[in-house]
Ligand binder design. Structure first.
Ligand SMILES: [Zn+2]
Length: 477
């Protein structure tokens, strides 16, 4: 078994050779918690959750770090316009840190709803100011950074001092636009970007820290380099994030970490974005879809399946019918698993073809084709009154490693899952007792009574299926 991933830096698929055998250390850029997430954010979380689960299945000890950018210009601006109840319950301007934490929790709930496992560590930028000082000082000492020429308190990365600048996105410095993150008068070159941002008039006192270069706050790119280094070491395996972060964010992370003398990431993995009917989702167009809106339309199972079914590098194009199609596909799998409960085994292995697809740059579409093919074969056996022992075990293993299992309602057997949790529980409980009564009748060879129960259930739209491992039931479509 050899895992292969597409590395954006070299633009090629390469064998995955970890820095330390048996370990996989991954950093991916998390949210700037300025507002509620849209599904593009959640897709990124889902992709790296799928990757992490697969590496774990393949025996790697995974350390996954996802940062929270809890201070930046937009957070400060949004907090000025946000009013929330204060200590006394009166509406007052929400402090930036309160707004950041409020939206961090909204992100957390969206991830949790879709069974995106929490990362190993989730560092916040504001908790790592000393690490950022150390990195900035190191860059200054090595001749790759300098305090602003205009005394603003900014510190910039000196792009022209680093000949490899542009290597991640294969651009020439001469072709690049200026970095629009500060007054260019303080810079040696307009493309230099801020590592540290001097405090400005009108900003809250709590939004800046004393530093050797004056009061200020961290630049966005620097945070990620400092936190990745702290939690994963100077050289680690995979750096990920959405495709829109490649430039300037990831290019700058790479430049400042390498210029500081660190190896940084061996692989760069970028997930594709989510479009809305062929158009890029954006606040200005007003076509943003949020996880909360999706959760009004479909179960978490359906949303996770939908967002996770495409290849991670492709664009996912959301259309109003998308969730309906995903629902039909994933509930077919759920119904099959619900009908074969007694055949699931915790130690079951995924089929070879599924594993090969996942090893090959996380080819989920190909892996899902194997999943659906096994479900179809299993349903064929059920229809012929045979026990799909191998199919059920394999489907169970695949669904588990895809992170779908915990979102399935195997007691409610899929088709019944549109009811409330309370209704489903009541139905499952009634069905348990009815099937027990029917089993007892069959054991007592009271066929008339057993058939009576079966017929009554059929009238209620419920089919009962018997196999060597016991009886199961499902709602008729
Ligand atoms: Zn980052």
């Amino acid at each position: 078994m050899t895992l292969r991933f597409y590395d954006s830096a070299s633009a090629s698929v390469r064998n995955f050779v970890p820095v330390t055998p048996g370990q996989a250390r991954i950093y991916y850029c998390g949210a700037t918690v300025q507002g509620a997430p849209h599904i593009g954010h959640v897709r990124s979380g889902l992709v790296f959750d799928q990757l992490s689960r697969w590496l774990t299945y393949r025996g790697y000890r995974v350390t996954l770090v996802r940062n929270v950018t809890d201070i930046d210009d937009k957070i400060l601006a949004n907090s000025e316009a946000s009013f929330q109840p204060d200590f006394a319950g009166e509406l007052s301007q929400e402090p930036w840190w309160a707004l950041a934490y409020r939206f961090e929790q909204v992100f957390g709930r969206a991830y949790a709803a879709l069974n995106i496992a929490p990362p190993t560590y989730e560092p916040r930028a504001t908790g790592h100011i000393p690490e950022m000082f150390a990195l900035i000082q190191r860059l200054i000492d090595r001749g790759h950074a300098y305090p602003a020429l205009d005394g603003s308190g900014d510190v910039y990365f000196d792009v022209l001092s680093w000949p490899a600048y542009g290597e991640l996105t294969r651009q020439q410095v001469a072709d690049m636009q200026e970095a629009p993150d500060a007054d260019p008068r303080g810079k040696r070159d307009p493309r230099d970007f801020a590592l540290w941002k001097g405090a400005k008039d009108g900003e809250p006192e709590s939004a800046s820290w004393d530093s050797p270069w004056g009061r200020g706050r961290p630049g966005w790119h620097l945070e990620c380099s400092a936190m990745a280094g702290k939690y994963l070491g100077e050289t680690f395996d995979i750096h990920g994030g959405g495709l829109d972060l490649r430039f300037p964010h990831h290019e700058n992370e790479l430049a400042q970490s390498r210029a500081a003398g660190f190896g940084f990431a061996n692989f760069w993995m970028h997930n594709g974005l989510v479009n809305y009917q062929g158009e890029k989702m954006s606040k200005s167009i007003g076509n943003i879809i949020t996880p909360a809106q999706m959760l009004e339309q479909a179960r978490p199972l359906v949303i996770r399946y939908y967002l996770g079914q495409a290849h991670y590098r492709s664009v996912l194009d959301y259309r109003p019918t998308s969730l309906e199609e995903a629902k039909v596909a994933v509930e077919r799998v759920e119904t099959f698993l619900g009908q074969t409960l007694a055949l699931h085994r915790e130690d079951a292995q995924v089929p070879q073809a599924f594993a090969e697809a996942m090893d090959d740059d996380l080819n989920i579409p190909k892996a899902l084709a194997v999943l659906h093919e096994r479900v179809k074969a299993g349903n064929g056996l059920l229809a012929a009154d045979q026990e799909p022992a191998q199919e059920a075990a394999e489907v169970y293993a695949m669904v588990k490693v895809l992170g779908l299992l915990e979102l399935m309602n195997l007691g409610g057997h899929g088709a019944g899952a549109s009811g409330s949790a309370q209704e489903e529980k009541a139905l499952a409980s009634i069905m348990d007792s009815l099937l027990l009564m029917r089993d007892q009748a069959r054991q007592a060879k009271d066929w008339a009574k057993a058939d009576q129960i079966r017929d009554a259930l059929a009238e209620a739209g419920i089919t009962v299926r018997d196999s060597a491992s016991g009886s199961s039931w499902s709602l008729l479509d």
